[in-house]
Design a protein around this ligand. Structure first.
Ligand SMILES: [Zn+2]
Length: 435
């Protein structure tokens, strides 16, 4: 007979779940929720914050006092209600005049450093092609670009922290880029390297989780209930988040959808959506990138930026870069448009599967075609309507990124701001201490 007692836990010194969560729940429920309500509704009266958060007016006054002491919120110049009724009636808002966060995003071919204010607005960004793929040298060069950006654009504001985002598997607790196959990186201790180089507190996370967090904080509000974010760039990956938690997985591997089989056969053959009848479209191989995993028809090898450029070249549309291909499509070049519509259909297949798997309130697609070309978004939603068993309303359930055009500049900063909004009273060395 099977024992009904709980299985004995094997002691393992590396168990990550034994590490306490970075965000104490009580703190988030108090000052964090007040900070969030001020972000959403400011300038807002304390009494309204009390109503929004369910906290008592006295406790809201206490939390606001701590946020004021840290310089994270300020009393607004606007007045609410009749004059002369005292401080509680002066509304409060996020103070964007004192602090910024820095962001860094590492893509396959280039990196972006940025500055962001506490409302998530990009203040400045700088994109540079990689000059090396050695992780320590690349991180050192990233760090070296920050002071120039700050000197030119911070306007006297202090940088609180640096957030780093990149694709594939990132462990935010350990501060390590676990695996980035396209860069050839494994177990890169990015947080330690960058904090030593910049002197700033550094937070690292995957770009998909960072962008999901950015949506929850500053973008699409329906993502706060539950969301899947699908990132389609040079890297293809995803994130799954609910109201209180971002699912990461014990190996930081949640959302590894690069090799999701699409059933295209990888040859542009019969299973291919969005065929236009162009001769190049159905040619054997069709310009498809052979996948690094050795199989055909993986999501990433079909829709990545590199695959798009190769497929364009196979059709006689030679472009220097993915950006140029996008510009051609936005200008209406028919072959470029057809390539983005094909991509939208294939991304729609993956989106349908993710919708069925997680049934999120909303699925956010980070892909510039769907973000900027209405016909691509329509194609993507049509594919979802055709294939998903669960999603009945693709118009509502599938949305483009709120940060189209500034996705990479947003991702890094969102890692730092996500940490700040989760724990505004935490150890932020640039902020005055609170009791
Ligand atoms: Zn593959």
């Amino acid at each position: 007979m099977k024992s009904l007692s709980a299985p004995r836990r094997r002691p393992n010194p590396l168990r990550r779940s034994d590490i306490p969560a970075a965000v104490p729940a009580r703190r988030l429920a108090g000052t964090g929720s007040v900070f969030g309500a001020i972000l959403d509704h400011g300038p807002v009266a304390r009494s309204t914050v009390a109503r929004l958060t369910g906290l008592s007016p006295a406790s809201v006054t206490g939390h606001v006092a701590q946020l004021l002491a840290r310089g994270l919120v300020r009393e607004s110049a606007e007045t609410a209600g009749p004059r002369g009724l005292g401080r509680p009636h002066i509304p409060v808002e996020i103070d964007t005049g004192r602090y910024l966060v820095a962001g860094a995003h590492i893509a396959v071919a280039h990196s972006t450093v940025s500055l962001m204010d506490l409302r998530g607005r990009i203040v400045a960004e700088d994109r540079q092609p990689h000059r090396t793929t050695d992780p320590h040298r690349m991180l050192g060069e990233l760090a070296a670009r920050l002071p120039r950006l700050t000197d030119a654009h911070a306007g006297g504001r202090t940088v609180l922290a640096l957030g780093l985002a990149t694709g594939h598997r990132v462990d935010p607790v350990a501060g390590v880029i676990v695996e980035h196959p396209q860069l050839g990186w494994r177990d890169v201790p990015a947080r330690d390297v960058l904090s030593a180089a910049t002197g700033l507190p550094v937070h690292v996370d995957s770009h998909s989780r960072a962008l999901a967090r950015a949506e929850q904080l500053f973008g699409e509000e329906s993502t706060r209930t539950s969301t899947v974010l699908l990132f389609v760039g040079a890297v293809v990956d995803a994130a799954f988040a609910t109201e209180g938690a971002m699912h990461r997985g014990p190996r930081s591997g949640a959302g590894s959808v690069a090799h999701l089989p699409l059933g295209t056969g990888g040859t542009g053959g019969a299973g291919e959506p969005g065929r236009t009848g162009e001769p190049g479209e159905v040619r054997a191989g069709g310009g498809a990138d052979p996948c690094t995993c050795g199989r055909d028809g993986c999501l990433q090898s079909e829709v990545s930026e590199r695959a798009m450029v190769r497929r364009a070249a196979a059709q006689g549309l030679v472009v220097e870069s993915f950006r140029e291909l996008l510009d051609r499509a936005l200008a209406g070049e028919p072959r470029a448009v057809a390539l983005f519509r094909r991509r939208a259909r294939l991304v729609g297949r993956a989106a349908a599967l993710l919708l069925d798997m997680f049934d999120p309130e909303v699925l956010v697609v980070v892909e510039p075609g769907a973000g900027r070309m209405p016909e691509c978004l329509a194609d993507l939603r049509a594919e979802v309507a055709e294939r998903s068993w669960v999603c009945e309303d693709p118009e509502r359930a599938v949305v483009p990124s709120s940060f189209t055009g500034t996705v990479l500049a947003t991702a890094g900063g969102a890692v730092a701001l996500g940490a700040l909004y989760a724990d505004p009273l935490g150890p932020w060395p640039a902020l005055p201490a609170v009791s």
